[in-house]
Write a protein that binds this ligand. Sequence first.
Ligand code: C5P
Length: 222
Amino acid sequence: DKKMNIAIDGPAGAGKSTVAKLVAEQLEFLYIDTGAMYRTLTLAALREEISLEDEDVLTELLSRTTIHLEHEKKGVRVFLNSEDVTEEIRTNHITANVSQVSSHEGVRIEMVERQRKLAEKGQAVLDGRDIGTYVLPDAKVKVFLTASVEERARRRYEEQVEKGMSVNLEKLKQEIAHRDQLDSTRTFAPLRKADDAVEIDSTTLTIPDVAKAIIELAKERA
Ligand code: C5P
């Protein structure tokens, strides 16, 4: 079915993006990283020293900001206007501020419009927080991917150690829990499992296993 879209939502660090990338690759679907879009706006706002609490100014900033996801063999590159910001949007400074930026209704309405446009042809895998509940309520496959906060922090820790960063596991755990708290308590389109989403707890599963389960679901529903 050409109209099939796959929504993958869940808390921070559950493996959504890695799983989404794998699923998209294997099904030859388009992978749309919606978190990268909110991160890119956060970077633009921090650079312009805009107050992250000012909804109107942030919404205006977004209206004159191009966010482009470019798909390459090696993965997805993210562009702010025409600058490659793929690495910069993953820094701790962005991670610490992105929930504040993405809490504003005006920001979300514009982002969601862009996301729906990217997915309108179908055959897309989107990962985020509100894909199944708000962006694509009719998505054929909806997954809510979770893992214990300890496991999610442990995975982030290993990722960052591998990149040569100095990290503190307990601090990572607190940051993840704090971001989940902000994302699930905002008033507009909070992080929530859609009623018709299939919940997958990845605490004891490998990434390929999770991807396989999602591909099975997609095949059943095609
Ligand atoms: O997925 P990622 O961790 O990169 O998302 C960064 C942040 O962007 C989330 O913590 C959340 O605040 C915001 N986000 C969102 N809605 C989405 C995707 C991400 O609010 N669909």
